[in-house]
Design a protein around this ligand. Sequence first.
Ligand code: THU
Length: 133
Amino acid sequence: MRDIDQKLIEAATAVRENAFAPYSGFRVGAAALGDDGIIYTGCNVESATYGLTMCAERNAIFKGVSEGVKRFTAIAIVADTDKLTPPCGSCRQIIWEFCGDVPVTMSNLNGKTDTAQMSELLPRAFDSRFLNK
Ligand code: THU
């Protein structure tokens, strides 16, 4: 594994501690590497309405975008599951939007890791290129 992917896992593991997940009890952390070299982190934030919940991956990317970063070159996701947690469908679309075909590193708290390319996770993705007709 690349040093940067290990750093992303460490950052995602740390920010997972901030997860606000009183309804599901399912805590997730994510860390995305901006093309400015900065690591942007996010945790899941739930709501009593359930439906307004925001995932860790989108919070990490949206934090970077809010700081002016439009591209990210890698992302890591950490949850406490034996079978490694992949990004949900909505997050896959947003990761594709701002990261493209990047490696997605998934990890748990026991150090188990796996990496998948975004093009595997979201084949035949819709993106802005289709808007140009
Ligand atoms: N969740 C994430 O933050 N990322 C994922 O990839 C999967 C799901 C959150 C949303 C919700 O707060 C909880 O996990 C259970 O779905």
